[in-house]
Design a protein around this ligand. Structure first.
Ligand SMILES: C[S@@+](CC[C@H](N)C(=O)[O-])C[C@H]1O[C@@H](n2cnc3c(N)ncnc32)[C@H](O)[C@@H]1O
Length: 478
């Protein structure tokens, strides 16, 4: 395939030239590689820990003007197998991708539905915002992408998310109502051109009407599932007005059984442009210009579209009682987490321990509630694998609860950290062995962060790492 240069990018973008305020600057920026951005996990030391750990690896970063926990690194920066990334100190997400949740503005204790959620960067931001008293339901149709979502939320230590797998356009209407709904819709991805130059070849050739039909159906269902007085954010990473302003214009007009009001979109410190008022001869309702576009050359980012809607009425009563998941009758965790690691009994109070399936137990915040439909794929964090001969704490649970452990925690040195993340078996020194009460599971820690679970064999003096394969697949180290 011939290289895609600036001229090809300009030719591909020509369709949008009438919408762009500074054409040379836009072509220049769209042709340049995208800076890398990482946000800090507030529960794992926040920005300071991220700055320190990435700085110690020689990575330069700069703060962003609008998001205090977000750092920018030069394009091409690699960190996916850095110990601090695997330990959940940060998450990599494109800067514009953070905007929809900023605009959705979820508050502590709220119930939020993320209808097209995978791979989960926005879900995670919502989950931190609603906190331990809130509930996030993350839905997607794609199983592989849902697996990636689960890895993300496990690595970050989130226990307030349930996952469903359903066509969002046909999500059960009696799935209860939510304080806020995010529709981060599947789209033609044109705004991701800086990350993937091949996108240039399809701009203008997309079946925009087919795409918009699906987007309207998903947004309409999202609006139905929002409570009256609640808010819905619709976002895409495409430049096409057919998938953006035209979708909002039509859904607001056609939602005659609902009241939907378009609200202004503002993010202090980040330059946004108003939504377009017309396209291809079609004039939109004047309020459609309250929606917002992020053009890459304004903030050195990718392209994005965001609309914010408030639901003001609904002809139907959609109230459904949402209940906490059933607590499990097994108390195996007392042995696996309490006795072996000395985690205090009181630790379990803010959680419900729930049996998801035969594989084991899940840990979910006690305030988490779910409607009877649809059946969730998973509730909260995978906690204890019971199917093994010796039931085992999950890596995610060890990383999250590890700071509360009082025994059988060993401190690794730098070379052991790499071996641990590569799932190797390696010898422990005498001091490390003294920290273990004989053969059994132990937690591995580096600095103050628990990295996961391993098996200590007293007769051999070794630790076998049980770090999950999917987090450091073979070949991921340069
Ligand atoms: C733009 S991506 C979402 C990105 C995600 N919100 C994030 O921030 O990580 C759109 C997602 O919609 C999903 N999707 C496509 N069609 C869908 C449908 N009918 N119902 C639910 N999800 C759908 C895709 O699998 C994809 O994961």
């Amino acid at each position: 395939m011939p290289a895609i240069g600036k001229n090809e990018i300009a030719a591909a973008l020509d369709r949008y030239r009438p919408l762009i305020d500074d054409w040379p600057a836009a072509v220049e920026t769209f042709s340049a590689p995208l800076p890398v951005t990482l946000w800090a996990n507030p529960e794992r030391g926040g920005l300071q820990a991220l700055r320190q750990a990435s700085g110690a690896d020689g990575l330069d970063s700069a703060p962003t003007a609008w998001c205090p926990e977000l750092l920018r690194f030069p394009a091409g920066t690699r960190f996916g197998i850095a110990w601090w990334y695997l330990a959940g100190l940060a998450h990599s997400q494109e800067e514009v991708s953070l905007l929809p949740v900023e605009v959705l503005n979820p508050r502590p204790g709220e119930r939020v539905l993320d209808l097209c959620a995978a791979p989960g960067g926005k879900t995670a931001r919502i989950a931190f915002a609603v906190g331990s008293g809130g509930t996030v339901v993350a839905n997607d149709v794609n199983m592989d992408r849902l697996r990636a979502l689960r890895s993300t939320v496990d690595r970050l230590g989130l226990t307030n998310i349930s996952v469903t797998r359903h066509d969002a356009a046909a999500y059960p209407k009696d799935a209860g109502t939510y304080d806020r709904v995010l529709v981060d819709a599947p789209c033609s991805d044109e705004g991701t051109l800086r990350k993937n130059r091949k996108v240039a070849q399809r701009i203008g050739k997309v079946d925009y009407e087919r795409m918009a039909r699906r987007q309207r159906a998903i947004l309409m269902r999202g609006a139905q599932l929002c409570k009256v007085g609640g808010e819905i954010v619709y976002s895409t990473c495409t430049l096409a007005p057919e998938e953006n302003e035209a979708v909002i214009d039509q859904v607001v007009r056609e939602a005659i059984h609902l009241g939907l009001e378009i609200l202004p979109v503002e993010v202090p410190g980040f330059k946004l442009s108003p939504g377009v008022d017309s396209w291809n001869g079609q004039r939109f309702a004047p309020e459609v210009t309250l929606t917002a576009r992020a053009w890459p050359h304004h903030n050195d980012t990718g392209g994005f579209f965001i609309a914010r809607l408030r639901k003001t009425a609904d002809l139907y009563d959609r109230s459904v009682e949402a209940l906490p998941p059933e607590p499990s009758d097994s108390d195996i965790w007392r042995e696996v987490a309490g006795e072996r690691f000395g985690i205090d009994q009181g630790t379990w109070q803010p959680y419900t321990i729930h049996r998801q399936n035969k594989r084991g137990l899940h840990l979910v915040n006690a305030a988490h509630t779910l409607a009877p439909r649809p059946e969730p794929e998973s509730v909260g964090m995978f906690f204890i694998k019971e199917r093994d001969r010796y039931p085992k704490l999950s890596t995610a649970a060890a990383m999250t609860l590890g700071p509360l452990a009082t025994r059988n925690v060993i401190d690794l040195d730098e070379s052991q950290v790499t071996a641990f993340h590569d799932r190797e078996t390696f010898p422990l020194d005498a001091a490390q062995q003294r920290a273990c009460d004989g053969t059994g599971y132990v937690m591995a820690r580096y600095r103050v962060h628990v990295l996961g679970i391993g098996l200590y064999l007293a007769e051999k003096g070794t630790l076998a790492s049980y770090f999950p394969k999917r987090w450091t697949p073979k070949g991921s180290r340069p």
